[in-house]
Design a binder for this molecule. Structure first.
Ligand code: PLP
Length: 340
């Protein structure tokens, strides 16, 4: 990235507007990344962006008005961007019975041409769909002419070899799914801003060729990601970059392990923490997420996120992050150990 900044300061190597869809050097690295998880994605179907949140919010531009299906609780951007677009939203509740991994059920019978948002590994619950779970959603989408928007921002945290990293590991997904991902979580790009969206060439929704329309949307409303940031993203996906990032992820994974060991010891129900940076716990004593938030802040000077912030089905739950230092995580575990 530093080299790219220097290039921008030299008339001979200065770069103007980048290609709207991303430089080829980065698109080909992203395609390599998919190859490493045994998924074949053509470079031309990859659109580099300034982050997953922008794409998740902007995708409604090309979808028109639709019924929308969203598992609850979840990253709030899906609900809010569809409220802004005036779409009717059906929430599919996650709970202890379905391990916070809702599947298409009888309540969705009769759905036609819906847009379905899936997030796996999930924010906030840390739950990850199995292959069978994603197969059920892909089957449902193909049978009902629906479109899946699959958010894989936390994919790099998956360790279990049987769990899918990408929706395109599922047969038929290229006919019904867009995948949106991010450099933020696995490479610390929250401040640099870079992500990508895959719109397969084969994908049509209600007779519309979505890749063509997304290309047009991006060329019209977006002028690309800055050259130094794309070089930084490219570096993150080199062998050396991936090795360094793996070490970094292992550091957070260890934090998550300390937290889950504590909740195991205390017999507190949780999901996540194993293939995800988040641990999603049931608040003790039937407290609401907000009461637990106040309690932890006051009694132990620990902050986390009340489940209510992620949807009605998050009520009474609490999200704890492993994205902290080891020292602070140990301190938090000690305080939780004496408090709970
Ligand atoms: N998707 C999920 C599930 C997230 O939790 C987040 C950030 O918290 C994002 C996307 C945003 O990613 P980005 O930083 O690339 O906009």
């Amino acid at each position: 990235m530093a080299k790219a900044v220097a290039e921008m300061g030299n008339i001979d190597t200065f770069k103007g507007y980048p290609p709207e869809y991303g430089y080829d050097f980065l698109r080909s690295r992203i395609a390599d990344h998919y190859r490493s998880i045994r998924v074949s994605v053509p470079e031309e179907d990859i659109f580099v962006s300034d982050g997953a949140k922008s794409d998740l919010g902007n995708i409604v531009d090309i979808l028109g008005n639709n019924d929308v299906i969203i598992p609850d609780p979840v990253y709030p951007v899906y609900v809010d961007s569809n409220i802004m677009s005036g779409n009717k939203i059906t929430l599919v509740p996650g709970n202890r019975d379905n391990h916070f991994l809702p599947l298409p059920d009888d309540s969705l019978k009769g759905s036609k041409g819906a847009v379905i948002y899936l997030c796996s590994p999930n924010n906030p619950t840390g739950a990850v769909y199995t292959r069978e779970g994603l197969e059920a959603w892909v089957r449902f989408a193909n049978e009902t002419g629906s479109l899946i928007i699959f958010d894989s921002a936390y994919e790099a945290f998956i360790t279990d070899p049987d769990l899918p990293h990408s929706i395109y590991e599922i047969e038929g997904a290229e006919l019904c799914a867009i995948e949106i991902s991010s450099f933020s979580k696995f490479a610390g790009f929250t401040g640099l801003r870079c992500g990508w969206t895959i719109v397969p060439e084969e994908l049509e929704s209600k007779g519309v060729h979505l890749k063509k329309l997304w290309s047009r949307r991006q060329a019209t409303k977006f002028n690309g990601v800055s050259y130094p940031v794309q070089r930084a993203a490219e570096a993150a996906l080199t062998d050396e970059g991936i090795k360094a990032l793996r070490e970094n992820i292992d550091y957070y994974r260890n934090n998550a392990k300390l937290l889950t060991e504590l909740f195991d010891k205390k017999n507190i129900y949780y999901t996540g923490g194993k293939n995800s940076p988040y641990v999603w716990i049931k608040c003790p004593g039937d407290m609401s997420g907000w009461d637990f938030f106040d309690y932890l802040l006051k009694e132990a000077q620990i902050v986390g996120t009340p489940g209510e912030g992620f949807g009605d089905s998050g009520a009474g739950y609490f999200r704890i992050t492993s994205f902290g230092t080891l020292e602070n995580t140990i301190k938090a575990c000690e305080r939780l150990d004496s408090l709970l």
